[in-house]
Design a protein around this ligand. Structure first.
Ligand code: AMP
Ligand code: ZN
Ligand code: FE
Ligand code: FE
Length: 297
Protein backbone atom coordinates (compact mmCIF):
# COMPACT_ATOMS: atom_id res chain seq x y z
CA UNK A 1 0.00 0.00 0.00
CA UNK A 2 2.92 2.31 -0.80
CA UNK A 3 0.74 4.83 -2.64
CA UNK A 4 -0.93 5.85 0.60
CA UNK A 5 2.18 7.59 1.74
CA UNK A 6 2.34 9.48 -1.53
CA UNK A 7 -1.15 10.94 -1.23
CA UNK A 8 -0.63 11.61 2.46
CA UNK A 9 -3.20 12.03 5.22
CA UNK A 10 -4.35 15.58 4.89
CA UNK A 11 -7.15 16.46 7.27
CA UNK A 12 -9.33 18.75 5.22
CA UNK A 13 -12.44 20.65 6.23
CA UNK A 14 -14.35 20.15 2.99
CA UNK A 15 -18.04 20.84 3.16
CA UNK A 16 -18.44 19.78 -0.44
CA UNK A 17 -17.56 16.54 -2.12
CA UNK A 18 -15.87 13.78 -0.22
CA UNK A 19 -17.27 10.49 1.02
CA UNK A 20 -19.38 9.55 4.02
CA UNK A 21 -18.66 5.88 4.63
CA UNK A 22 -20.97 4.98 7.52
CA UNK A 23 -24.77 5.40 7.45
CA UNK A 24 -27.82 3.45 8.65
CA UNK A 25 -31.16 3.18 6.83
CA UNK A 26 -34.57 1.85 7.79
CA UNK A 27 -33.26 -1.64 6.92
CA UNK A 28 -31.64 -1.59 10.37
CA UNK A 29 -32.06 1.15 12.98
CA UNK A 30 -31.98 4.25 10.77
CA UNK A 31 -34.88 6.49 9.82
CA UNK A 32 -34.43 7.15 6.07
CA UNK A 33 -35.20 4.48 3.51
CA UNK A 34 -32.21 3.45 1.35
CA UNK A 35 -33.51 5.57 -1.53
CA UNK A 36 -34.00 8.59 0.72
CA UNK A 37 -30.47 8.14 2.08
CA UNK A 38 -29.03 8.40 -1.45
CA UNK A 39 -31.05 11.59 -2.08
CA UNK A 40 -29.91 13.03 1.27
CA UNK A 41 -26.31 12.29 0.28
CA UNK A 42 -26.78 14.13 -3.02
CA UNK A 43 -28.33 17.02 -1.07
CA UNK A 44 -25.25 17.02 1.22
CA UNK A 45 -23.09 17.29 -1.94
CA UNK A 46 -21.24 14.07 -1.22
CA UNK A 47 -19.41 12.29 -4.04
CA UNK A 48 -19.85 8.91 -2.37
CA UNK A 49 -21.96 7.44 0.41
CA UNK A 50 -21.81 4.00 2.01
CA UNK A 51 -24.88 2.25 3.35
CA UNK A 52 -23.76 0.21 6.34
CA UNK A 53 -26.77 -1.30 8.06
CA UNK A 54 -26.32 -3.48 11.13
CA UNK A 55 -25.93 -7.12 10.05
CA UNK A 56 -28.08 -6.81 6.93
CA UNK A 57 -27.73 -6.34 3.18
CA UNK A 58 -31.42 -5.69 2.63
CA UNK A 59 -31.14 -1.97 1.80
CA UNK A 60 -28.41 -2.16 -0.80
CA UNK A 61 -30.53 -3.06 -3.84
CA UNK A 62 -32.88 -0.09 -3.44
CA UNK A 63 -29.98 2.27 -2.70
CA UNK A 64 -28.14 1.13 -5.83
CA UNK A 65 -31.23 1.62 -7.96
CA UNK A 66 -31.62 5.21 -6.71
CA UNK A 67 -27.88 5.95 -6.99
CA UNK A 68 -27.90 4.96 -10.67
CA UNK A 69 -30.19 7.95 -11.30
CA UNK A 70 -28.03 10.33 -9.28
CA UNK A 71 -24.56 11.95 -9.52
CA UNK A 72 -23.14 9.90 -6.65
CA UNK A 73 -21.19 6.70 -5.96
CA UNK A 74 -22.98 4.17 -3.80
CA UNK A 75 -20.65 2.04 -1.69
CA UNK A 76 -22.34 -1.21 -0.70
CA UNK A 77 -21.60 -1.90 2.93
CA UNK A 78 -22.58 -3.65 6.13
CA UNK A 79 -21.76 -3.10 9.82
CA UNK A 80 -21.13 -6.46 11.47
CA UNK A 81 -21.09 -6.92 15.25
CA UNK A 82 -18.22 -9.27 16.04
CA UNK A 83 -16.34 -10.66 19.02
CA UNK A 84 -12.71 -9.80 19.65
CA UNK A 85 -11.48 -11.51 22.82
CA UNK A 86 -14.24 -10.64 25.28
CA UNK A 87 -15.29 -7.41 23.55
CA UNK A 88 -18.09 -6.70 21.13
CA UNK A 89 -16.71 -4.55 18.35
CA UNK A 90 -18.10 -3.42 15.01
CA UNK A 91 -16.55 -4.09 11.62
CA UNK A 92 -17.60 -2.32 8.46
CA UNK A 93 -17.45 -4.28 5.23
CA UNK A 94 -17.24 -1.72 2.42
CA UNK A 95 -17.44 -2.25 -1.39
CA UNK A 96 -18.89 -5.71 -0.77
CA UNK A 97 -20.72 -7.83 -3.31
CA UNK A 98 -24.10 -8.29 -1.64
CA UNK A 99 -24.83 -11.45 -3.62
CA UNK A 100 -21.94 -13.34 -1.96
CA UNK A 101 -23.49 -16.45 -0.40
CA UNK A 102 -21.35 -16.54 2.76
CA UNK A 103 -22.09 -12.93 3.52
CA UNK A 104 -25.80 -13.52 2.94
CA UNK A 105 -25.61 -16.51 5.28
CA UNK A 106 -23.93 -14.36 7.92
CA UNK A 107 -26.59 -11.68 7.66
CA UNK A 108 -29.39 -14.27 7.88
CA UNK A 109 -27.97 -15.87 11.01
CA UNK A 110 -27.37 -12.46 12.63
CA UNK A 111 -30.93 -11.50 11.85
CA UNK A 112 -32.11 -14.66 13.61
CA UNK A 113 -29.78 -14.05 16.58
CA UNK A 114 -31.10 -10.49 16.89
CA UNK A 115 -34.69 -11.74 16.91
CA UNK A 116 -33.83 -14.35 19.57
CA UNK A 117 -32.10 -11.70 21.66
CA UNK A 118 -35.22 -9.53 21.46
CA UNK A 119 -37.28 -12.52 22.68
CA UNK A 120 -34.96 -12.92 25.67
CA UNK A 121 -35.20 -9.18 26.35
CA UNK A 122 -38.98 -9.52 26.46
CA UNK A 123 -38.69 -12.46 28.90
CA UNK A 124 -36.44 -10.43 31.15
CA UNK A 125 -38.74 -7.43 30.92
CA UNK A 126 -41.65 -9.64 31.96
CA UNK A 127 -39.68 -10.95 34.93
CA UNK A 128 -39.23 -7.30 35.94
CA UNK A 129 -43.04 -6.91 35.58
CA UNK A 130 -42.66 -4.57 32.61
CA UNK A 131 -45.43 -4.81 30.04
CA UNK A 132 -43.32 -5.35 26.92
CA UNK A 133 -44.13 -7.85 24.17
CA UNK A 134 -42.62 -8.98 20.86
CA UNK A 135 -45.64 -7.35 19.16
CA UNK A 136 -44.56 -3.98 20.56
CA UNK A 137 -41.05 -4.48 19.15
CA UNK A 138 -42.11 -5.87 15.77
CA UNK A 139 -44.52 -2.97 15.34
CA UNK A 140 -41.57 -0.58 15.62
CA UNK A 141 -38.98 -2.60 13.70
CA UNK A 142 -41.18 -3.77 10.81
CA UNK A 143 -38.95 -5.85 8.53
CA UNK A 144 -35.69 -4.28 9.79
CA UNK A 145 -33.08 -6.24 11.74
CA UNK A 146 -34.04 -5.70 15.38
CA UNK A 147 -31.65 -3.51 17.36
CA UNK A 148 -31.75 -2.07 20.84
CA UNK A 149 -33.00 1.30 19.44
CA UNK A 150 -36.17 -0.51 18.27
CA UNK A 151 -36.60 -2.02 21.73
CA UNK A 152 -36.10 1.44 23.25
CA UNK A 153 -38.79 2.89 20.96
CA UNK A 154 -41.11 -0.01 21.79
CA UNK A 155 -40.63 0.67 25.51
CA UNK A 156 -41.60 4.30 24.93
CA UNK A 157 -44.67 3.22 22.92
CA UNK A 158 -45.66 0.78 25.68
CA UNK A 159 -45.47 3.60 28.22
CA UNK A 160 -42.65 1.99 30.21
CA UNK A 161 -40.23 4.92 29.84
CA UNK A 162 -40.71 8.51 28.66
CA UNK A 163 -37.83 8.51 26.14
CA UNK A 164 -35.40 6.20 24.31
CA UNK A 165 -32.48 7.81 26.19
CA UNK A 166 -34.03 6.79 29.50
CA UNK A 167 -34.71 3.29 28.13
CA UNK A 168 -30.97 2.93 27.45
CA UNK A 169 -29.96 4.47 30.76
CA UNK A 170 -32.25 2.28 32.84
CA UNK A 171 -32.60 -0.93 30.88
CA UNK A 172 -30.71 -1.37 27.62
CA UNK A 173 -27.25 0.15 28.06
CA UNK A 174 -24.23 -2.04 28.79
CA UNK A 175 -24.56 -3.69 32.18
CA UNK A 176 -28.27 -2.82 32.51
CA UNK A 177 -30.90 -5.54 33.10
CA UNK A 178 -32.20 -5.86 29.52
CA UNK A 179 -28.77 -5.76 27.86
CA UNK A 180 -28.88 -9.39 26.77
CA UNK A 181 -25.79 -10.69 25.00
CA UNK A 182 -26.12 -12.50 21.67
CA UNK A 183 -23.83 -14.89 19.87
CA UNK A 184 -21.28 -13.07 17.79
CA UNK A 185 -19.03 -14.25 15.01
CA UNK A 186 -15.29 -13.93 15.69
CA UNK A 187 -13.53 -10.92 14.17
CA UNK A 188 -11.03 -12.89 12.02
CA UNK A 189 -13.81 -15.02 10.57
CA UNK A 190 -15.86 -11.92 9.72
CA UNK A 191 -12.84 -10.29 8.05
CA UNK A 192 -12.43 -13.44 5.94
CA UNK A 193 -16.07 -13.30 4.84
CA UNK A 194 -15.83 -9.59 3.95
CA UNK A 195 -12.77 -10.34 1.81
CA UNK A 196 -14.47 -13.26 0.10
CA UNK A 197 -17.30 -10.87 -0.76
CA UNK A 198 -14.68 -8.66 -2.47
CA UNK A 199 -14.88 -5.97 0.21
CA UNK A 200 -12.51 -4.27 2.59
CA UNK A 201 -12.73 -4.65 6.38
CA UNK A 202 -12.72 -1.47 8.47
CA UNK A 203 -12.81 -1.39 12.27
CA UNK A 204 -15.68 0.96 13.19
CA UNK A 205 -15.31 3.69 15.85
CA UNK A 206 -12.38 2.06 17.73
CA UNK A 207 -12.44 5.06 20.07
CA UNK A 208 -15.92 4.37 21.39
CA UNK A 209 -15.47 0.57 21.38
CA UNK A 210 -12.25 0.87 23.40
CA UNK A 211 -10.23 -1.04 20.81
CA UNK A 212 -6.70 -0.56 22.09
CA UNK A 213 -3.45 -0.67 20.14
CA UNK A 214 -2.80 -4.36 20.85
CA UNK A 215 -6.26 -5.25 19.54
CA UNK A 216 -5.65 -3.17 16.42
CA UNK A 217 -2.51 -5.24 15.89
CA UNK A 218 -4.52 -8.41 16.26
CA UNK A 219 -7.08 -7.20 13.73
CA UNK A 220 -4.34 -6.08 11.40
CA UNK A 221 -2.76 -9.54 11.53
CA UNK A 222 -6.19 -10.98 10.64
CA UNK A 223 -6.28 -8.90 7.44
CA UNK A 224 -7.95 -5.65 8.50
CA UNK A 225 -7.71 -3.04 5.71
CA UNK A 226 -8.61 0.24 7.40
CA UNK A 227 -9.44 2.08 10.61
CA UNK A 228 -12.46 4.36 10.93
CA UNK A 229 -10.43 7.35 11.98
CA UNK A 230 -13.11 10.01 11.52
CA UNK A 231 -16.29 9.43 13.51
CA UNK A 232 -18.58 11.61 15.68
CA UNK A 233 -17.35 9.83 18.81
CA UNK A 234 -13.70 10.65 18.01
CA UNK A 235 -12.28 14.05 18.86
CA UNK A 236 -9.41 15.65 16.96
CA UNK A 237 -6.87 14.13 19.29
CA UNK A 238 -8.26 10.61 18.81
CA UNK A 239 -8.23 11.18 15.07
CA UNK A 240 -4.53 12.04 15.19
CA UNK A 241 -3.72 9.02 17.37
CA UNK A 242 -5.61 6.72 15.02
CA UNK A 243 -3.81 8.18 12.00
CA UNK A 244 -0.56 7.27 13.72
CA UNK A 245 -1.87 3.73 14.22
CA UNK A 246 -2.71 3.61 10.49
CA UNK A 247 0.86 4.58 9.63
CA UNK A 248 2.34 2.14 12.14
CA UNK A 249 0.25 -0.81 10.96
CA UNK A 250 0.10 0.02 7.23
CA UNK A 251 -3.68 0.48 7.33
CA UNK A 252 -5.82 3.03 5.48
CA UNK A 253 -7.92 5.72 7.16
CA UNK A 254 -11.68 5.78 6.67
CA UNK A 255 -14.52 7.71 8.24
CA UNK A 256 -18.18 8.56 8.32
CA UNK A 257 -21.00 10.12 10.26
CA UNK A 258 -22.71 6.93 11.51
CA UNK A 259 -25.86 8.78 10.49
CA UNK A 260 -29.11 7.23 11.78
CA UNK A 261 -31.55 9.86 10.51
CA UNK A 262 -32.49 13.49 11.05
CA UNK A 263 -32.64 14.25 14.75
CA UNK A 264 -31.18 10.87 15.67
CA UNK A 265 -27.70 10.33 17.07
CA UNK A 266 -25.03 12.96 17.10
CA UNK A 267 -24.18 13.72 13.47
CA UNK A 268 -25.77 14.85 10.24
CA UNK A 269 -25.10 13.01 7.00
CA UNK A 270 -21.86 14.36 5.53
CA UNK A 271 -20.71 15.98 8.76
CA UNK A 272 -17.85 13.50 9.18
CA UNK A 273 -17.08 13.04 5.50
CA UNK A 274 -13.56 12.11 4.42
CA UNK A 275 -11.66 13.75 1.55
CA UNK A 276 -11.25 12.01 -1.78
CA UNK A 277 -7.58 11.34 -1.04
CA UNK A 278 -8.76 9.05 1.75
CA UNK A 279 -11.55 7.60 -0.36
CA UNK A 280 -9.56 6.73 -3.47
CA UNK A 281 -6.99 4.48 -1.73
CA UNK A 282 -9.93 2.63 -0.14
CA UNK A 283 -11.39 2.11 -3.64
CA UNK A 284 -8.05 0.77 -4.87
CA UNK A 285 -7.71 -1.55 -1.90
CA UNK A 286 -11.21 -2.87 -2.64
CA UNK A 287 -10.20 -3.54 -6.24
CA UNK A 288 -7.30 -5.62 -4.95
CA UNK A 289 -9.56 -7.54 -2.59
CA UNK A 290 -12.00 -8.18 -5.44
CA UNK A 291 -9.22 -9.52 -7.65
CA UNK A 292 -8.09 -11.82 -4.81
CA UNK A 293 -11.67 -13.01 -4.21
CA UNK A 294 -12.11 -13.86 -7.89
CA UNK A 295 -8.74 -15.65 -7.97
CA UNK A 296 -9.84 -17.82 -5.03
CA UNK A 297 -13.13 -18.88 -6.60
P1 AMP B 1 -27.51 -3.30 18.94
O1 AMP B 1 -26.67 -3.44 17.71
O2 AMP B 1 -28.89 -3.85 18.76
O3 AMP B 1 -26.84 -3.82 20.17
O4 AMP B 1 -27.77 -1.73 19.16
C1 AMP B 1 -26.70 -0.87 19.05
C2 AMP B 1 -27.20 0.50 18.66
O5 AMP B 1 -27.88 1.07 19.77
C3 AMP B 1 -26.06 1.45 18.34
O6 AMP B 1 -25.76 1.46 16.97
C4 AMP B 1 -26.63 2.80 18.74
O7 AMP B 1 -27.35 3.34 17.64
C5 AMP B 1 -27.63 2.45 19.83
N1 AMP B 1 -27.13 2.71 21.19
C6 AMP B 1 -26.22 2.01 21.90
N2 AMP B 1 -26.04 2.52 23.13
C7 AMP B 1 -26.88 3.59 23.21
C8 AMP B 1 -27.18 4.56 24.23
N3 AMP B 1 -26.58 4.52 25.43
N4 AMP B 1 -28.08 5.51 23.94
C9 AMP B 1 -28.71 5.57 22.74
N5 AMP B 1 -28.46 4.69 21.74
C10 AMP B 1 -27.57 3.72 21.97
ZN1 ZN C 1 -27.20 1.72 14.80
FE1 FE D 1 -21.35 0.69 15.49
FE1 FE E 1 -23.08 2.34 12.96
Amino acid sequence: MWWVWQVGFRVSENRQGGADLHAHTSSSDGVLTPGEMVLAAVEAELQAVAITDHDTLAGIGAARAEAQQQPIDLVAGIEISVRLRNLEIHLLGLFIDESCSQLRQLSLSSRRARRERAERMVERARSLRLDLSMQHIVQVAGSATIGRPHVAAAMVAAGIVPSPEIAFRRYLGTGRPLAVPRELIGAPEAIGIIHRAGGIAVVAHPGSSRVRATLLEELSAAGLDAIEVRHPRHGRQREQLLLEQCRRLGLLPSGGSDFHGPGRGTAKLGEYRVPMDWYQPLCRQAQERKAQAVAKE
